[in-house]
Design a binder for this molecule. Structure first.
Ligand code: PLP
Length: 408
């Protein structure tokens, strides 16, 4: 008799985007003339940079010719992309890495979910709340999360991130084995300072904990004092894995590419208490279960680092960040309390007192025909907030703000 992994039955249905879609569909049916503007989507809208397109076209031509054809590539990425990553994303920040520490993948979602394969099931897990849901659900699948009781997983430690702590969780007063941090943060759009990150690294080193640092939005950082990588902090190579994504950096949500850094110095412990390096374990995991991102994709990713690629990608990021500026200015004029949107493509809006997250969602949809994402959908500490994204096109963004100005 074949048995399933019972943990999958524990997973909670993701009602958030289903409920939003249902509500929007019902509103559309009742109001077919209404022009709905979506400020809830977490997907980009600008096209790929021309430098990326050219590189991908060229790679396709190479595959069309027997002399330049390539089949299976190295599981953890071609040298040319690993070298470009090290030279551009790390070296200028004073971080030295070897090729074997850079694992090119098909986007950050896979690795933030899969990384748990190499870690023991008894580890305690700490997450910031609100949160990108993959961190929790992947631990539920592996059996680390415990039971779902009153909206919380019994074996997961939730670390609230609210206006009171400036959206950076307090350092825990007990030992947590694995901690997920994401900065710039989805959904709150807030960042962590070097000093705050330093405290987390010190905590992890003191407690022999592992930090999973999700830097998927680092390209949006505008403030030169905000760290782009946890490895800017001394000692972090001994306690952190870092995830990067080209999705929001360069519009790769549909192309699929990113990378994970697993430093050679990073260790954890086996059942006997011996210190074991994580890099070879992840290398073994990837070479068994992953066959690399496509050659065409990796050539496209490499082009992001060319001089024209850098310029074009920056223009796109500037476009979204100009949206963010326009939105922030209007939201502040309306008297709303807002966070984020200065170093991230998300704005976290405190709802007026009389509204919870969903009431605010309903209000914006029914009266202003605007779609946001209710903050409570990202975790209990998201109640009383909604998330707006800045990934839309400029005209929609301006019109949405006009409506808000008049309607709030
Ligand atoms: N990490 C965070 C915090 C995200 O918000 C997302 C996507 O929205 C991802 C990772 C996944 O990105 P990718 O498209 O590279 O899988």
């Amino acid at each position: 008799m074949t048995q399933i992994n019972d943990n999958f039955l524990k997973l909670q249905k993701s009602y958030l985007f289903v409920t939003i879609a249902k509500k929007v569909a019902a509103f559309k049916e009742a109001n077919p003339q209404a022009k709905i503007i979506r400020l809830g989507i977490g997907d980009v809208t600008r096209p790929l940079a021309p430098a990326v397109i050219n590189a991908m076209h060229h790679a396709v031509d190479e595959l069309a010719n027997a002399d330049t054809f390539r089949g299976y590539g190295p599981e953890h990425g071609y040298d040319f992309l690993q070298d470009a990553i090290i030279a551009n994303d790390f070296k200028p920040r004073g971080i030295s890495l070897e090729r074997e520490e850079v694992f090119v993948n098909d986007g950050a979602k896979s690795d933030t979910g899969n990384i748990g394969d190499i870690l023991g099931l008894k580890n305690s897990i700490g997450v910031t709340d609100p949160i990108y849901p993959v961190y929790i659900d992947s631990n539920v699948m592996n059996g680390r999360a415990g039971e779902f009781i009153n909206g919380l997983w019994s074996n997961i430690i939730y670390m609230p991130c609210t206006a009171e702590n400036n959206f950076v969780a307090q350092i825990p007063d007990k030992k947590i084995d694995i901690i997920y941090l994401c900065y710039p943060n989805n959904p709150t759009g807030t960042v962590i300072t070097r000093e705050q990150l330093q405290k987390w690294v010190e905590y992890a080193l003191r407690n022999k904990s592992l930090i999973m640092y999700d830097a998927a939005y680092e390209a949006y950082i505008q403030d030169p004092d905000i760290p782009h990588s946890i490895y800017e902090i001394e000692g972090a190579k001994k306690c952190a894995i870092e995830f990067h994504s080209y999705s929001k950096t360069a519009g790769f949500t549909g192309v699929r590419c990113g990378y994970t850094i697993v430093p050679k110095e990073l260790t954890a412990f086996n059942a006997e208490g011996d210190e074991i390096a994580l890099n070879p374990l992840w290398e073994r995991r990837q070479s068994t279960k992953f066959n690399g991102a496509s050659y065409i994709t990796q050539r496209g990713a490499e082009a992001i680092y060319s001089p024209e690629g850098k310029k074009q990608v920056k223009e796109t990021i500037d476009y979204y960040m100009t949206n963010a500026r326009i939105m922030r200015e209007t939201l502040l004029q309306t008297g709303l309390t807002i966070f984020g949107g200065e170093n991230a493509p998300y704005i976290w809006v405190k709802t007026p007192k009389e509204f919870g997250s969903w009431e605010m969602f309903d209000h914006l949809l029914n009266n202003l025909h605007l779609v946001c994402t209710p903050g409570v959908g990202f975790g209990p500490s998201g109640e009383g907030y909604v998330r707006l994204t800045t990934f839309g096109n400029r005209e929609d963004c301006i019109e949405a703000m006009e409506r808000l100005k008049k309607g709030l």
